[in-house]
Every structure is written in C-alpha cells, then in structure tokens.
Design a protein around this ligand. Structure first.
Ligand code: RP5
Length: 161
C-alpha cells in the first residue's frame, strides 16, 4: 500500500513526522508533502483529484488552526482521508479538532486526537486499512501490538517503592 502524508505547513512537521516514523516502522510506503489549503488551493485540488491514479490508498492530512486541509482533500478524492488536528498555539488544537471533525454528511474525514497521539494513530489506522488486504502487514501490526503490550506489562517494574 502507499500512503500520502500531507501537512498544511512545514510548522506541522514535528507532529506529522511521528506519522512517518510509525509508517516506516511498519514497512508502509509513503510520500510526504506540504500542501496548504489556503496558500496552495490549486495544488491541493490537483493532488486530491490525482491521488487514486497516482497509486495512493490512504491520505493522512495534518493541519492546525482553521484546518481545512483534510476536508478539502476529502472533497477531491474518494480515498480514505485521516485528519490530524495539529496543536495550535492560540487554542491548543481545539480549533484544529473542531474544523476537521465537523464534516458535513457525504464527505467523511476520519479524525484522530490532537497532536502527537493523533499523528501516531493516523499512521496505525492507515496501516490497519491496508492490512485488510495485506496479510504480511497484518502480521507486522500484530507484532507491533504485542511489543506494546509487553512494554506496558514490564513498565510496572519502573514503579518506585
Ligand atoms: C495551517 O496553519 C497549518 O496547517 C499550520 O498548522 C497553521 C500555521 O501555519 P504557519 O503559519 O506556521 O505556516 O495552515
């Protein structure tokens, strides 16, 4: 499978890099792009309209503030779009969350949590979508889950007396 990781600004990269790290860990092919909904509207439309023909299966789109990027990409493709609300300075990402999650019926965006947890989960969700038709990827996801569980169990040893 191939995933597009798109962000509205280079300032979103510290958050969206976490998505790419998870995709790398799971062996999922991806490309990364800065496409601003407001500063690059023509490029956004071109990317959305051609995404399926360009071999993508899922789009992860992160943006902050007036975060119209995921919704406008979703308006231009029938590929699944996962929206990551980037934590904004002014309103701590609540603005990003509300502008991404409140899509009108007919144009869905799968919205994850604000910030780093959301960026990581967006990548996991994209991989899980791919794993519906890719047994090897499903196996890597199972290994990821098992490692996470083992680490959580072992973390008890870190508790002080
Ligand atoms: C959004 O505006 C971007 O996604 C970013 O989160 C926010 C601020 O962008 P910059 O002014 O830092 O480029 O479009």
């Amino acid at each position: 499978m191939k995933v597009a990781v798109i962000m509205g600004s280079v300032s979103d990269w510290p958050t969206m890099k976490l998505s790419t790290e998870v995709l790398t860990e799971l062996g999922v092919e991806f490309t990364k792009h800065v496409i601003s909904a407001h500063r690059m509207p023509t490029e956004l439309q071109t990317f959305g309209l051609s995404a399926r023909d360009n071999g993508y299966h899922v789009i992860i789109a992160g943006a902050g503030g007036a975060a119209h990027l995921p919704g406008m990409l979703a308006a231009n493709t029938t590929l699944p779009v996962i929206g990551v609300p980037v934590q904004s300075k002014a309103l701590s990402g609540l603005d990003s969350l509300l502008s991404i999650v409140q899509m009108p019926a007919g144009i869905p965006v799968a919205t994850v949590a604000i910030g780093s947890a959301g960026a990581k989960n967006a990548a996991l969700l994209a991989a899980q979508i791919g794993a519906t038709t890719d047994e090897q990827l499903a196996g890597r996801l199972a290994t990821f889950r098992q490692r996470q569980t083992t680490s959580a169990i072992e973390s008890e040893a870190l508790l002080d007396d």
